[in-house]
Design a protein around this ligand. Structure first.
Ligand code: PMP
Length: 421
Protein backbone atom coordinates (compact mmCIF):
# COMPACT_ATOMS: atom_id res chain seq x y z
CA UNK A 1 0.00 0.00 0.00
CA UNK A 2 2.80 2.45 0.91
CA UNK A 3 4.34 2.29 -2.52
CA UNK A 4 0.93 2.79 -4.13
CA UNK A 5 0.38 5.86 -1.94
CA UNK A 6 3.83 7.21 -2.80
CA UNK A 7 3.16 6.67 -6.47
CA UNK A 8 -0.19 8.40 -6.09
CA UNK A 9 1.32 11.39 -4.29
CA UNK A 10 4.09 11.69 -6.86
CA UNK A 11 1.73 11.55 -9.82
CA UNK A 12 -1.45 13.16 -8.49
CA UNK A 13 0.12 15.54 -5.98
CA UNK A 14 0.59 15.41 -2.20
CA UNK A 15 -2.81 16.93 -1.44
CA UNK A 16 -4.88 14.46 -3.46
CA UNK A 17 -6.40 13.10 -0.26
CA UNK A 18 -7.79 9.64 0.38
CA UNK A 19 -10.42 8.59 2.88
CA UNK A 20 -9.43 6.68 6.04
CA UNK A 21 -6.27 6.34 8.10
CA UNK A 22 -5.65 3.15 6.12
CA UNK A 23 -6.91 4.03 2.61
CA UNK A 24 -8.94 1.35 0.84
CA UNK A 25 -7.44 0.11 -2.42
CA UNK A 26 -10.58 -0.94 -4.26
CA UNK A 27 -10.63 -3.26 -7.25
CA UNK A 28 -14.24 -4.37 -7.65
CA UNK A 29 -17.79 -3.35 -6.76
CA UNK A 30 -21.22 -4.95 -6.95
CA UNK A 31 -24.44 -3.54 -5.54
CA UNK A 32 -23.65 -2.18 -2.07
CA UNK A 33 -20.35 -4.09 -1.85
CA UNK A 34 -16.75 -3.16 -2.56
CA UNK A 35 -13.71 -5.44 -2.55
CA UNK A 36 -10.13 -4.38 -1.97
CA UNK A 37 -7.10 -5.84 -3.69
CA UNK A 38 -6.60 -8.37 -0.90
CA UNK A 39 -10.12 -9.69 -1.44
CA UNK A 40 -11.63 -8.06 1.66
CA UNK A 41 -15.31 -7.14 1.33
CA UNK A 42 -16.75 -3.81 2.54
CA UNK A 43 -20.31 -2.59 2.96
CA UNK A 44 -20.42 0.71 1.08
CA UNK A 45 -22.57 3.10 3.10
CA UNK A 46 -21.25 6.29 1.56
CA UNK A 47 -21.09 6.18 -2.20
CA UNK A 48 -23.88 8.14 -3.86
CA UNK A 49 -22.27 7.97 -7.29
CA UNK A 50 -23.20 4.30 -7.93
CA UNK A 51 -26.79 5.31 -7.26
CA UNK A 52 -28.41 2.09 -8.47
CA UNK A 53 -25.58 -0.06 -7.11
CA UNK A 54 -21.98 -0.59 -8.12
CA UNK A 55 -21.65 -2.01 -11.63
CA UNK A 56 -25.38 -2.45 -12.12
CA UNK A 57 -25.62 -4.91 -15.04
CA UNK A 58 -28.20 -2.83 -16.94
CA UNK A 59 -26.05 0.31 -16.78
CA UNK A 60 -22.94 -1.65 -17.75
CA UNK A 61 -24.81 -3.23 -20.64
CA UNK A 62 -26.20 0.14 -21.85
CA UNK A 63 -22.73 1.71 -21.80
CA UNK A 64 -21.17 -1.24 -23.64
CA UNK A 65 -23.92 -1.45 -26.22
CA UNK A 66 -23.77 2.26 -27.06
CA UNK A 67 -19.95 2.35 -27.00
CA UNK A 68 -19.99 -0.49 -29.49
CA UNK A 69 -22.45 1.31 -31.79
CA UNK A 70 -21.31 4.93 -31.73
CA UNK A 71 -19.77 7.55 -29.51
CA UNK A 72 -18.94 11.03 -30.70
CA UNK A 73 -19.28 14.69 -29.83
CA UNK A 74 -22.55 16.51 -29.59
CA UNK A 75 -22.75 18.44 -32.89
CA UNK A 76 -24.58 15.55 -34.55
CA UNK A 77 -28.23 14.73 -34.21
CA UNK A 78 -28.64 11.65 -32.04
CA UNK A 79 -31.76 10.11 -30.53
CA UNK A 80 -30.17 9.16 -27.24
CA UNK A 81 -29.79 12.71 -25.85
CA UNK A 82 -33.33 13.58 -26.99
CA UNK A 83 -34.88 10.45 -25.50
CA UNK A 84 -33.02 11.05 -22.27
CA UNK A 85 -33.87 14.76 -22.18
CA UNK A 86 -37.56 13.97 -22.50
CA UNK A 87 -37.42 11.24 -19.87
CA UNK A 88 -35.50 13.44 -17.43
CA UNK A 89 -37.52 16.63 -17.79
CA UNK A 90 -40.70 14.56 -17.34
CA UNK A 91 -39.49 13.98 -13.79
CA UNK A 92 -39.98 17.65 -12.94
CA UNK A 93 -43.37 18.80 -11.81
CA UNK A 94 -43.23 22.29 -13.22
CA UNK A 95 -42.06 24.03 -16.38
CA UNK A 96 -38.43 22.87 -16.40
CA UNK A 97 -38.62 21.50 -19.90
CA UNK A 98 -35.17 22.01 -21.37
CA UNK A 99 -31.63 21.05 -20.47
CA UNK A 100 -27.92 21.40 -21.07
CA UNK A 101 -25.90 18.24 -20.63
CA UNK A 102 -22.40 18.52 -19.18
CA UNK A 103 -19.87 16.19 -17.55
CA UNK A 104 -19.70 17.17 -13.88
CA UNK A 105 -21.65 18.87 -11.12
CA UNK A 106 -19.10 21.70 -11.16
CA UNK A 107 -19.76 22.38 -14.81
CA UNK A 108 -23.50 22.22 -14.22
CA UNK A 109 -23.29 24.86 -11.50
CA UNK A 110 -20.99 27.01 -13.62
CA UNK A 111 -23.56 26.94 -16.42
CA UNK A 112 -26.38 27.63 -13.95
CA UNK A 113 -24.61 30.75 -12.64
CA UNK A 114 -24.13 31.99 -16.19
CA UNK A 115 -27.77 31.31 -17.02
CA UNK A 116 -28.79 33.44 -14.04
CA UNK A 117 -26.45 36.23 -15.11
CA UNK A 118 -27.76 36.14 -18.67
CA UNK A 119 -31.37 36.15 -17.59
CA UNK A 120 -31.14 38.84 -14.93
CA UNK A 121 -28.34 41.03 -16.25
CA UNK A 122 -26.93 40.96 -12.70
CA UNK A 123 -23.87 39.31 -11.21
CA UNK A 124 -24.39 38.89 -7.44
CA UNK A 125 -24.66 35.34 -6.06
CA UNK A 126 -25.81 34.20 -2.63
CA UNK A 127 -24.89 30.82 -1.13
CA UNK A 128 -24.40 29.45 2.37
CA UNK A 129 -21.31 29.83 4.52
CA UNK A 130 -20.68 26.11 4.87
CA UNK A 131 -20.96 24.52 1.47
CA UNK A 132 -19.38 23.18 -1.70
CA UNK A 133 -20.76 23.49 -5.21
CA UNK A 134 -17.78 22.48 -7.34
CA UNK A 135 -14.38 23.39 -8.66
CA UNK A 136 -14.52 25.81 -11.61
CA UNK A 137 -13.07 29.28 -11.02
CA UNK A 138 -16.54 30.84 -10.76
CA UNK A 139 -18.07 28.09 -8.63
CA UNK A 140 -15.05 27.92 -6.30
CA UNK A 141 -16.04 31.40 -5.21
CA UNK A 142 -18.98 29.82 -3.39
CA UNK A 143 -17.01 27.21 -1.50
CA UNK A 144 -16.55 27.94 2.15
CA UNK A 145 -14.02 25.34 3.26
CA UNK A 146 -11.15 26.89 1.30
CA UNK A 147 -10.86 30.58 0.55
CA UNK A 148 -10.09 31.04 -3.15
CA UNK A 149 -6.72 32.50 -4.15
CA UNK A 150 -7.22 36.26 -4.08
CA UNK A 151 -10.11 35.87 -1.61
CA UNK A 152 -13.82 36.00 -2.26
CA UNK A 153 -14.92 38.46 -4.91
CA UNK A 154 -17.32 41.21 -4.04
CA UNK A 155 -20.25 39.70 -5.97
CA UNK A 156 -20.46 36.69 -3.61
CA UNK A 157 -22.32 36.68 -0.30
CA UNK A 158 -22.39 33.74 2.10
CA UNK A 159 -25.28 33.51 4.54
CA UNK A 160 -25.23 31.38 7.72
CA UNK A 161 -26.25 27.79 6.91
CA UNK A 162 -29.03 26.06 8.83
CA UNK A 163 -27.92 23.64 11.51
CA UNK A 164 -29.73 21.29 13.90
CA UNK A 165 -27.43 21.70 16.90
CA UNK A 166 -26.49 25.36 16.45
CA UNK A 167 -29.49 26.84 14.60
CA UNK A 168 -29.19 30.16 12.81
CA UNK A 169 -30.71 32.80 15.09
CA UNK A 170 -30.40 30.54 18.14
CA UNK A 171 -33.60 28.45 17.91
CA UNK A 172 -34.91 25.73 15.62
CA UNK A 173 -38.35 27.36 15.51
CA UNK A 174 -36.93 30.68 14.36
CA UNK A 175 -34.32 29.25 12.00
CA UNK A 176 -36.21 29.78 8.73
CA UNK A 177 -36.83 33.43 9.61
CA UNK A 178 -33.21 33.93 10.68
CA UNK A 179 -31.94 32.29 7.49
CA UNK A 180 -34.22 34.55 5.45
CA UNK A 181 -32.94 37.61 7.29
CA UNK A 182 -29.40 36.59 6.25
CA UNK A 183 -30.53 36.35 2.64
CA UNK A 184 -32.36 39.70 2.85
CA UNK A 185 -29.21 41.34 4.20
CA UNK A 186 -27.15 39.83 1.37
CA UNK A 187 -29.70 41.03 -1.19
CA UNK A 188 -29.52 44.57 0.21
CA UNK A 189 -25.71 44.54 0.17
CA UNK A 190 -25.53 43.24 -3.39
CA UNK A 191 -28.04 45.82 -4.56
CA UNK A 192 -26.15 48.61 -2.78
CA UNK A 193 -22.83 47.51 -4.28
CA UNK A 194 -24.25 47.61 -7.79
CA UNK A 195 -23.91 43.85 -8.45
CA UNK A 196 -27.56 43.11 -7.91
CA UNK A 197 -28.73 39.55 -7.28
CA UNK A 198 -28.55 37.06 -10.12
CA UNK A 199 -29.16 33.97 -7.99
CA UNK A 200 -29.51 32.22 -4.69
CA UNK A 201 -27.84 28.83 -5.06
CA UNK A 202 -28.56 26.16 -2.47
CA UNK A 203 -28.59 22.42 -2.15
CA UNK A 204 -32.21 21.90 -1.09
CA UNK A 205 -31.09 19.18 1.31
CA UNK A 206 -28.15 21.28 2.58
CA UNK A 207 -26.09 18.12 2.15
CA UNK A 208 -22.61 19.57 2.62
CA UNK A 209 -23.88 21.77 5.43
CA UNK A 210 -24.70 18.63 7.45
CA UNK A 211 -28.26 17.86 6.17
CA UNK A 212 -30.21 19.71 8.91
CA UNK A 213 -33.87 18.79 9.47
CA UNK A 214 -35.94 21.46 7.72
CA UNK A 215 -39.66 21.85 7.47
CA UNK A 216 -41.51 22.30 4.19
CA UNK A 217 -41.50 26.00 3.31
CA UNK A 218 -38.16 26.60 5.04
CA UNK A 219 -36.84 28.61 2.10
CA UNK A 220 -40.04 30.47 1.17
CA UNK A 221 -39.23 33.83 2.73
CA UNK A 222 -35.63 33.76 1.51
CA UNK A 223 -36.79 32.86 -1.99
CA UNK A 224 -39.34 35.68 -1.97
CA UNK A 225 -36.59 38.18 -1.11
CA UNK A 226 -34.41 36.96 -3.98
CA UNK A 227 -37.25 36.97 -6.49
CA UNK A 228 -38.36 40.44 -5.39
CA UNK A 229 -34.85 41.68 -6.16
CA UNK A 230 -35.05 40.08 -9.62
CA UNK A 231 -32.86 37.05 -8.87
CA UNK A 232 -33.34 33.39 -9.79
CA UNK A 233 -33.27 30.28 -7.61
CA UNK A 234 -30.78 27.53 -8.40
CA UNK A 235 -31.37 24.17 -6.70
CA UNK A 236 -28.15 22.14 -6.64
CA UNK A 237 -29.58 18.59 -6.63
CA UNK A 238 -26.20 16.93 -7.13
CA UNK A 239 -26.54 15.12 -3.80
CA UNK A 240 -30.25 14.73 -2.95
CA UNK A 241 -31.54 14.20 -6.49
CA UNK A 242 -32.85 11.08 -8.24
CA UNK A 243 -34.97 9.89 -5.34
CA UNK A 244 -32.30 9.41 -2.72
CA UNK A 245 -34.33 11.21 -0.06
CA UNK A 246 -37.15 8.70 -0.49
CA UNK A 247 -40.16 10.97 -0.09
CA UNK A 248 -39.57 12.77 -3.39
CA UNK A 249 -37.45 12.61 -6.53
CA UNK A 250 -35.91 16.00 -5.80
CA UNK A 251 -34.90 17.89 -2.68
CA UNK A 252 -36.75 21.02 -3.77
CA UNK A 253 -40.03 19.07 -3.90
CA UNK A 254 -39.50 18.07 -0.30
CA UNK A 255 -39.03 21.70 0.75
CA UNK A 256 -41.95 22.73 -1.45
CA UNK A 257 -40.44 25.28 -3.82
CA UNK A 258 -40.07 25.59 -7.58
CA UNK A 259 -36.52 26.50 -8.64
CA UNK A 260 -35.76 28.27 -11.92
CA UNK A 261 -32.68 26.15 -12.55
CA UNK A 262 -31.77 22.67 -11.26
CA UNK A 263 -28.30 21.18 -11.43
CA UNK A 264 -27.64 17.43 -11.42
CA UNK A 265 -24.54 15.28 -11.31
CA UNK A 266 -22.97 12.51 -9.26
CA UNK A 267 -25.67 9.77 -9.30
CA UNK A 268 -26.94 10.57 -12.78
CA UNK A 269 -24.76 8.06 -14.69
CA UNK A 270 -23.99 5.62 -11.86
CA UNK A 271 -20.32 6.60 -12.07
CA UNK A 272 -20.19 7.54 -15.72
CA UNK A 273 -19.32 11.28 -15.85
CA UNK A 274 -22.57 12.88 -16.89
CA UNK A 275 -24.37 15.88 -15.40
CA UNK A 276 -27.05 18.35 -16.44
CA UNK A 277 -28.69 21.71 -15.96
CA UNK A 278 -32.47 21.65 -16.25
CA UNK A 279 -34.34 24.90 -16.72
CA UNK A 280 -37.18 26.75 -18.41
CA UNK A 281 -36.88 27.14 -22.18
CA UNK A 282 -36.68 30.95 -22.04
CA UNK A 283 -33.76 30.80 -19.61
CA UNK A 284 -31.92 28.34 -21.83
CA UNK A 285 -32.51 30.52 -24.90
CA UNK A 286 -31.32 33.64 -23.09
CA UNK A 287 -28.18 31.78 -21.92
CA UNK A 288 -27.47 30.55 -25.44
CA UNK A 289 -27.86 34.05 -26.84
CA UNK A 290 -25.51 35.50 -24.22
CA UNK A 291 -22.82 32.79 -24.31
CA UNK A 292 -21.58 30.65 -27.15
CA UNK A 293 -21.70 27.45 -25.13
CA UNK A 294 -20.49 24.13 -26.48
CA UNK A 295 -19.52 21.03 -24.52
CA UNK A 296 -17.72 18.37 -26.53
CA UNK A 297 -18.62 15.45 -24.29
CA UNK A 298 -21.80 16.73 -22.66
CA UNK A 299 -24.66 14.41 -23.56
CA UNK A 300 -22.62 12.19 -25.88
CA UNK A 301 -24.45 9.00 -26.84
CA UNK A 302 -22.68 6.80 -24.28
CA UNK A 303 -23.27 9.25 -21.42
CA UNK A 304 -26.91 9.61 -22.38
CA UNK A 305 -27.29 5.81 -22.56
CA UNK A 306 -25.78 5.42 -19.08
CA UNK A 307 -28.07 8.10 -17.68
CA UNK A 308 -31.13 6.59 -19.37
CA UNK A 309 -30.37 3.17 -17.89
CA UNK A 310 -30.10 4.74 -14.43
CA UNK A 311 -33.54 6.36 -14.77
CA UNK A 312 -35.06 3.07 -15.90
CA UNK A 313 -33.48 1.07 -13.09
CA UNK A 314 -34.70 3.57 -10.48
CA UNK A 315 -38.24 3.03 -11.79
CA UNK A 316 -38.08 -0.72 -12.43
CA UNK A 317 -36.50 -1.56 -9.09
CA UNK A 318 -38.64 0.95 -7.15
CA UNK A 319 -35.53 2.50 -5.63
CA UNK A 320 -37.24 5.69 -4.44
CA UNK A 321 -39.64 3.54 -2.44
CA UNK A 322 -36.70 1.47 -1.21
CA UNK A 323 -34.88 4.63 -0.08
CA UNK A 324 -37.98 5.69 1.81
CA UNK A 325 -38.50 2.33 3.51
CA UNK A 326 -34.90 1.43 4.36
CA UNK A 327 -34.02 5.00 5.35
CA UNK A 328 -36.85 5.20 7.88
CA UNK A 329 -35.92 1.76 9.21
CA UNK A 330 -32.25 2.74 9.59
CA UNK A 331 -33.04 6.05 11.31
CA UNK A 332 -35.20 4.07 13.77
CA UNK A 333 -32.24 1.79 14.52
CA UNK A 334 -29.97 4.80 14.99
CA UNK A 335 -32.45 6.31 17.43
CA UNK A 336 -32.28 3.10 19.47
CA UNK A 337 -28.51 3.37 19.38
CA UNK A 338 -28.75 6.98 20.55
CA UNK A 339 -30.57 5.82 23.68
CA UNK A 340 -27.51 3.71 24.57
CA UNK A 341 -24.67 6.01 23.52
CA UNK A 342 -24.47 9.49 25.08
CA UNK A 343 -22.16 10.78 22.36
CA UNK A 344 -24.98 10.59 19.78
CA UNK A 345 -26.51 14.03 20.13
CA UNK A 346 -28.74 13.99 17.08
CA UNK A 347 -30.06 11.44 14.58
CA UNK A 348 -31.52 12.79 11.36
CA UNK A 349 -32.02 12.32 7.66
CA UNK A 350 -34.43 11.39 4.92
CA UNK A 351 -34.42 8.30 2.75
CA UNK A 352 -30.97 6.91 2.16
CA UNK A 353 -29.22 10.06 3.33
CA UNK A 354 -29.03 10.05 7.10
CA UNK A 355 -26.62 10.05 9.99
CA UNK A 356 -25.75 10.77 13.58
CA UNK A 357 -24.13 13.87 15.03
CA UNK A 358 -21.59 13.27 17.80
CA UNK A 359 -21.01 15.63 20.74
CA UNK A 360 -19.01 15.11 23.93
CA UNK A 361 -18.80 17.36 26.99
CA UNK A 362 -20.99 19.98 25.31
CA UNK A 363 -18.79 20.34 22.24
CA UNK A 364 -18.78 18.84 18.75
CA UNK A 365 -16.86 15.54 18.91
CA UNK A 366 -14.79 16.05 15.78
CA UNK A 367 -11.89 13.79 16.76
CA UNK A 368 -14.20 11.05 17.97
CA UNK A 369 -16.11 11.19 14.70
CA UNK A 370 -12.88 10.79 12.72
CA UNK A 371 -11.93 7.84 14.95
CA UNK A 372 -15.36 6.28 14.33
CA UNK A 373 -14.97 6.58 10.57
CA UNK A 374 -11.63 4.75 10.75
CA UNK A 375 -12.87 2.17 13.26
CA UNK A 376 -15.83 1.32 11.05
CA UNK A 377 -13.63 1.06 8.01
CA UNK A 378 -11.45 -1.41 9.91
CA UNK A 379 -14.63 -3.36 10.70
CA UNK A 380 -15.62 -3.46 7.02
CA UNK A 381 -18.19 -0.63 6.83
CA UNK A 382 -17.44 2.49 4.81
CA UNK A 383 -18.94 5.86 5.70
CA UNK A 384 -17.64 9.36 6.32
CA UNK A 385 -18.22 12.60 8.19
CA UNK A 386 -19.76 15.95 7.29
CA UNK A 387 -20.89 19.22 8.85
CA UNK A 388 -19.31 22.46 10.01
CA UNK A 389 -17.26 20.57 12.61
CA UNK A 390 -17.01 17.26 10.71
CA UNK A 391 -18.72 15.62 13.67
CA UNK A 392 -21.66 14.02 11.87
CA UNK A 393 -21.44 10.44 10.63
CA UNK A 394 -22.86 10.62 7.12
CA UNK A 395 -24.56 7.60 5.56
CA UNK A 396 -25.45 7.88 1.87
CA UNK A 397 -25.21 4.44 0.28
CA UNK A 398 -26.21 3.14 -3.15
CA UNK A 399 -30.04 3.14 -3.25
CA UNK A 400 -30.20 -0.67 -3.40
CA UNK A 401 -29.25 -0.64 0.32
CA UNK A 402 -31.49 -3.10 2.17
CA UNK A 403 -32.86 -3.43 5.71
CA UNK A 404 -30.34 -6.22 6.23
CA UNK A 405 -27.55 -3.83 5.20
CA UNK A 406 -28.93 -1.28 7.66
CA UNK A 407 -28.83 -3.91 10.43
CA UNK A 408 -25.17 -4.58 9.66
CA UNK A 409 -24.35 -0.86 9.55
CA UNK A 410 -25.93 -0.16 12.93
CA UNK A 411 -24.50 -3.30 14.59
CA UNK A 412 -21.02 -2.30 13.49
CA UNK A 413 -21.63 1.29 14.58
CA UNK A 414 -22.69 0.03 18.00
CA UNK A 415 -19.51 -2.02 18.38
CA UNK A 416 -17.30 0.77 17.00
CA UNK A 417 -18.80 3.31 19.40
CA UNK A 418 -18.05 0.92 22.23
CA UNK A 419 -14.45 0.67 21.04
CA UNK A 420 -13.67 4.35 20.53
CA UNK A 421 -15.54 6.01 23.41
N1 PMP B 1 -22.58 20.34 -5.88
C1 PMP B 1 -22.57 19.67 -4.73
C2 PMP B 1 -23.65 19.91 -3.72
C3 PMP B 1 -21.55 18.75 -4.47
O1 PMP B 1 -21.54 18.09 -3.31
C4 PMP B 1 -20.54 18.55 -5.44
C5 PMP B 1 -19.42 17.53 -5.25
N2 PMP B 1 -19.24 17.04 -4.02
C6 PMP B 1 -20.60 19.29 -6.63
C7 PMP B 1 -21.64 20.15 -6.83
C8 PMP B 1 -19.53 19.16 -7.67
O2 PMP B 1 -19.70 18.02 -8.44
P1 PMP B 1 -18.48 17.41 -9.26
O3 PMP B 1 -17.48 16.89 -8.29
O4 PMP B 1 -19.12 16.35 -10.11
O5 PMP B 1 -17.92 18.51 -10.11
Amino acid sequence: MTSDLERRARLLGPHMTTFYREPVHVVRGQGVWLWDKDGRQYLDCYNNVPHVGHCHPRVVEAICRQAGALNTHTRYVHDMILDYGEALTAKFGHDLDSLVMVCSGSEANDVALRMAQAMTGKTGVIGTDNTYHGNTAAVSQLNSSKVPVGGYQDHVRQVPAPDNMAPVGGSLEGQAEAFARGVEKAVAELDASGHGVSALIVCPYFANEGFPTLERGFLDRAIAAVRKAGGLIIADEVQPGFGRIGSHWWGHERLGFAPDIVTLGKPMGNGHPVAAVVTRPEILTCFQEAFRYFNTFGGNPVSAAAAMAVLQVIEDEALVENACDVGAYAVGLLQELQARHDVIADVRGAGLFFGAELWRDGTPATGLCAAMVDEMRDRGVLLHSVGRHSNTLKVRPPCVFSRENADQLVDVMDAALGAVT
